[in-house]
Design a protein around this ligand. Sequence first.
Ligand SMILES: C[S@@+](CC[C@H](N)C(=O)[O-])C[C@H]1O[C@@H](n2cnc3c(N)ncnc32)[C@H](O)[C@@H]1O
Length: 222
Amino acid sequence: MLRLIIADAELQTVPEKMAKDRSIRNIAEKNHKNPAEMLLDSNYMHTTIEKFYPGESNRRGRPDIIYIFLEMAMESILNKNNMLDVYVHTRDNFIIHINNQTKLPRSYNRFQGLMEDLFKKRSIEYNGNELLSMEEGKIIPFLKNLDGKTVVLSPDGKESSLSGIINDNDLNVVIGGFSQGDFISDLYGNFPSYKIFREELTIWSVGMEIISQYERFTSLLG
Ligand SMILES: C[S@@+](CC[C@H](N)C(=O)[O-])C[C@H]1O[C@@H](n2cnc3c(N)ncnc32)[C@H](O)[C@@H]1O
């Protein structure tokens, strides 16, 4: 089993202190939503994020990158063979598990709605199956509790070939769920970290390379 764990993901609802801001209330009214139940999204809340979190508007509020990563992972051949398990740990220490049978919405708007529902209910079921679940939890104890080898991917890690990292059937690979900055949690102090390419990559292209290498390591694909 390959477990892909997105850590410190910039996935959260609008923080209380921002929810009363006029611009956030306008977006909420237009979309018939409760301001504090909307996902924080820097694509259209950038100025307000900068006002409440100076210097963080390019990092906070990136559900879009999680969406692209999840679309790629859930549709992979590895997942269709029940050999992939995906978790998303958020900056506020929630851990989301995506059941491998989950068919995510194709549209970003519907994905947003699904995540908002998850943050509210902590569980999404369909036909008696739990598709998405969300629990409070910090990433380090969560990772230490998993079976298998755990590695962290980072553009500042030790240079390694993919085959040097993907060499175990029972493997946990951690990818940062942000587009700027570094891990907030102390991952480097607890697990080895590796760089897979000389340049910084997007989380979905890193995820795609890992999945693809694991499919070959396990001879699922030739
Ligand atoms: C866009 S990067 C975040 C950028 C950030 N400056 C950093 O240093 O991690 C998001 C995540 O993708 C993974 N990543 C990106 N480029 C990588 C590379 N060349 N080697 C290994 N992991 C990489 C890491 O897990 C990283 O946390």
